[in-house]
Ligand binder design. Structure first.
Ligand code: SF4
Length: 346
């Protein structure tokens, strides 16, 4: 039985597939409409024989939801299971009247960041484009059953995994998610977050011009290395240089993610160094109070400490926002995603 997902294919690839199998290319829009919107749309255009032929080559099922947890603030965390039994977590986050879906790009992660629960489990495997898209479709469809009038959710690639460590599949997933004839999530409605994995950054220009987020967390290499070990290979200034080389379009942003950790990265010295690096640059600094998880050595600052650090940055005329933590009661907040092997079933 084939395990390759039908959601791995772009429109162009469907056209080639149809041509190769002597099917009319005119059928492709009907086929992809049925695949992405509602399979009843195949009824008048795609025969059962044609569906069977495609099923001999591609798996038409989406992954399964194996567990759903609801947070007090309306955030939902989903455990999503793939054909080989491996699972990731994807999160549906309410924001004003819209939702954002946080997608995983790998099962586990090789980056081993010390503030991140996912990093403690190591990398199991990369996700294919269709498995990344599958998470989005599952959560979007689930949301539509609860609220049929919901707008198309935005996307952040901030779940398990370093997206640029799985560049080709993530790039393809972005192209398919962005294709208006398939799913149609706008480029500016997608944000890819990276710790600054330079081999993947070399090819960022190949990705449709979405927004980016860099997990910085300290302006000093020696300190950042304690949080993000790959900083030893890819130091901050080299990573920032790569972003400088991209020409950002109107409404396209680089967000600097900055985890606030008590007694670690919140002094005047940090404010001065951030000012020196980002003064007059088109960036927003997103301050994220650390979300504790079992066994971590890092601590969360109190509200006064958060406010004070923010004010010091604002005084230096940097654009700053403080992210309200969502879903931390169900370990769905940033850096808290990790499958609990004791919890497997719905
Ligand atoms: S923060 Fe991101 S890159 Fe670092 S270990 Fe966690 S999932 Fe991987």
């Amino acid at each position: 039985m084939t395990t390759s997902s039908a959601y791995n294919l772009s429109q162009l690839e469907w056209k080639s597939f149809f041509k190769f199998h002597n099917l009319s290319e005119n059928l492709v829009p009907y086929w992809t409409d049925g695949l992405y919107k509602n399979r009843s749309l195949w009824k008048d255009h795609i025969s059962q024989g044609q569906i069977d032929l495609i099923q001999n080559h591609y798996q038409l099922n989406l992954p399964e939801i194996s567990k759903i947890l609801e947070s007090n603030d309306g955030t939902f965390k989903f455990q999503v299971r793939f054909h080989d039994g491996l699972e990731v977590e994807s999160v549906l986050i309410p924001f004003h009247k819209k939702y954002t879906i946080c997608l995983s790009t790998q099962v586990g992660c090789a980056m081993n960041c010390s503030f991140c629960f996912t990093g403690t489990q190591g990398l199991k495997r990369n996700l294919e484009a269709g498995e990344i898209i599958g998470q989005y479709l599952l959560l979007k469809n689930w949301l539509l059953t609860k609220n049929p009038n919901s707008l198309l959710p935005s996307i952040v690639f901030m779940g398990q995994g370093e997206p640029l460590h799985n560049f080709n599949h993530v790039k393809k997933a972005i192209e398919i998610l962005n294709d208006p004839k398939l799913i149609g999530v706008g480029k500016r409605q997608m944000t890819l977050s990276t710790v600054g994995y330079l081999p993947g950054m070399q090819s960022l220009r190949e990705i449709p011009q979405i927004n980016y987020a860099l997990s910085l967390h300290s302006p000093f290499d020696d300190e950042r290395q304690l949080l993000i070990p790959v900083n030893q290979r890819f130091p901050i200034d080299e990573v920032l240089k790569k972003f400088d080389e991209l020409s950002f379009l109107k409404r396209q942003f680089l967000t600097i993610e900055y985890l606030l950790i008590k007694n670690f990265n919140m002094t005047e010295k940090h404010v001065e160094a951030l000012h020196a690096k980002f003064n007059n640059k088109k960036i927003i600094i997103n301050l994220i109070p650390f979300n504790p998880f079992p066994g971590t050595r890092w601590e969360r600052p109190n509200l006064d400490e958060i406010e004070n650090f923010k004010n010091l940055l604002v005084e230096r005329k940097l654009r700053v926002m403080v992210r309200r933590t969502k879903g931390d009661d169900i370990l769905a907040a940033c850096g808290q995603l990790k499958i609990n092997p004791m919890v497997r079933n719905l």
